[in-house]
Design a protein around this ligand. Structure first.
Ligand code: NAP
Length: 303
């Protein structure tokens, strides 16, 4: 990784939710000249007070810098903002020669389509996925995935590294999005389980404050129980799932108990039912006496 300090540059940031504001602030702290645009202009107030320039229109924002970062709810918002710019004959070439780095969440296919869309308009495109919440942007431990043309990534890495450590995944624009979604799959499911379990205990009159500290411990104990990522990867690749300490049959019984406890408490059963269905299907496939990792065989794409 290049660790030199990037020369001050002009950078445009479009989209000023918590992430866009944190990104613009991190770049400003490093001395870059920042132009911002947001649909709701008032969200730029703090950045403008700190020295950013608020562009009056998306066209002016794009005009202000060759490097344009987008931090939006999804890729549809990018087309909502930039589509009318390039559709206007006065700004038809507005994206030519620009570098778009879209840091928004969407599907890998949407990232690939957007890269082709940008290319047709004469722009270069990188996909980014920031893996930390807004307060951690630009702080030690922050990191983000990127994919797209390698030379393009390296040319802009000194600026992107101000957001967090950069992890370049390859030329396919969908790759950074895929890895972002995979991590968010783990994250969102864990968060939902935390709330589900809290609802379970509070339905029975146990205060959340008595449960949640230990629940955090359960979350952080998982790596020690599961083993290293490398070991789990090797086990999944081998497809054999040996072990009798946590068989699919035993785990299925527990999944059934969670579902029934939820139902009896009046707590929503959709999440535990989904988990239980994986165990049911693994057992139906003859994998009941294998390790719980045998679930992978019924979850993964069936070719
Ligand atoms: N928040 C996090 O912890 C976190 C962490 C990592 C990655 N991310 C990802 O980073 C991206 C930004 O996150 P955020 O939390 O800053 O999101 P956010 O609060 O939802 O902000 C989204 C931004 O998109 C704009 N927007 C949405 N739809 C639009 C449209 N149709 N036209 C114009 N502008 C539109 C909003 O404009 P207005 O202000 O006018 O509504 C706002 O500036 C998301 O893709 C998110 O998944 C978030």
């Amino acid at each position: 990784m290049n660790t030199s300090t990037p020369a001050p540059a002009s950078v445009t940031v479009i989209g000023l939710g918590p992430m866009g504001r944190a990104t613009a602030a991190a770049l400003m702290r490093a001395g870059h000249r920042i132009t911002v645009w947001n649909r709701t202009a008032s969200r730029a107030d703090g950045l403008v007070a700190d020295g950013a320039t608020l562009a009056p229109t998306p066209a002016a924002a794009v005009e202000a810098a060759d490097l344009v970062l987008l931090s939006l709810t999804d890729y549809g918002a990018m087309y909502d903002i930039l589509g009318p710019v390039v559709a206007n004959p006065r700004h038809a070439g507005a994206l030519a020669g620009k570098v778009l780095v879209n840091l928004s969440s969407d599907t890998p296919d949407e990232s690939r389509k957007a890269a082709a869309w940008a290319r047709d308009l004469g722009a270069d495109f990188l996909t980014g996925g920031i893996m930390v919440p807004a307060p951690a942007v630009g702080q030690p431990g922050a990191y983000a995935f990127y994919s797209g043309p390698k030379d393009l990534f390296h040319a802009h890495e000194p600026v992107l590294r101000l957001i967090g450590e950069t992890k370049y995944l390859g030329a396919d624009p969908g790759l950074a999005q895929l890895l972002y979604q995979a991590h968010l799959d783990v994250f969102l499911t864990a968060l939902a389980s935390l709330l589900h379990a809290t609802a379970l205990v509070t339905a029975a009159g146990v205060p959340a404050a008595e449960f949640l500290p230990d629940a955090m411990q359960t979350l952080t104990d998982i790596p020690a129980m599961v083993g290293s990522g490398q070991a789990l990867a090797a086990e999944l690749a081998a497809g054999e799932h040996p072990g009798e300490l946590s068989t699919a049959l035993m785990m299925r019984a527990t999944a059934d108990h969670i579902t029934r406890t939820s139902a009896a408490s009046g707590v929503d059963v959709e999440l535990p039912n989904a988990v239980k269905s994986y165990y049911d299907r693994a057992i139906a496939a003859g994998l009941g006496t294998r390790n719980w990792t045998a679930l992978y065989e019924v979850i993964k794409a069936q070719h």
